[in-house]
Write a protein that binds this ligand. Structure first.
Ligand code: AMP
Ligand code: ZN
Length: 148
């Protein structure tokens, strides 16, 4: 895609600090370095977000993530954990519309990454959870899911 910044990084038209590359993916340092070692893993095929993957592409991309995550961890003995984040859509904080996975090493409770999940469990009845479960399950069953 011509005006996609990550496609330009794949084509080496824009420089990057690439840590791994093969025919399917590229992994390079995120310029923001939210924490030291913050790395992006992207498919070489331009897909905007997770909803545009098929199983073949997912297999190629997801299969490599544990290897890259482990390499980052081993590269620095101070790394205690890692958040793997994937934003899909502007509302979900996506700002570059070429799918990517953030590998964000964690060093301590006081490091420079924050993420919090609100616990709404007390607001749901079993019936409401059952209804949500059924609507998702129905989409997964019977080959209903688009593009997969
Ligand atoms: P997101 O907000 O999830 O779409 O993440 C996009 C990420 O791309 C941000 O964390 C940016 O810091 C990162 N980014 C943007 N341009 C570049 C670049 N030229 N090289 C490396 N990372 C970049
Ligand atoms: Zn692209």
């Amino acid at each position: 895609m011509t005006d996609c910044i990550f496609c330009k990084i794949i084509a080496n038209d824009i420089p990057s600090f690439t840590v791994y590359e093969d025919e399917d993916i590229k992994a390079f340092l995120d310029i923001s370095q939210t924490t030291p070692g913050h790395t992006l893993v992207i498919p070489k095929k331009h897909v905007a977000n997770i909803f545009e993957y098929d199983q073949a592409l997912a297999s190629k991309v997801f299969a490599k993530i544990p290897m890259i995550a482990s390499a980052i961890k081993v590269s620095n003995p101070d790394i205690q954990g890692m958040n793997i984040v994937n934003n899909n859509g502007e509302l979900a904080y996506q700002s570059v519309f070429h799918s990517h996975f953030h590998l964000i090493p964690r060093y301590s409770t006081k490091d420079t990454f924050k993420m919090s999940f609100k616990d709404n469990s007390k607001k749901y009845t079993s019936e409401q959870l059952e209804s949500i479960m059924t609507s998702i399950k129905n989409e997964i069953g019977e080959n209903n899911v688009k593009n997969i």
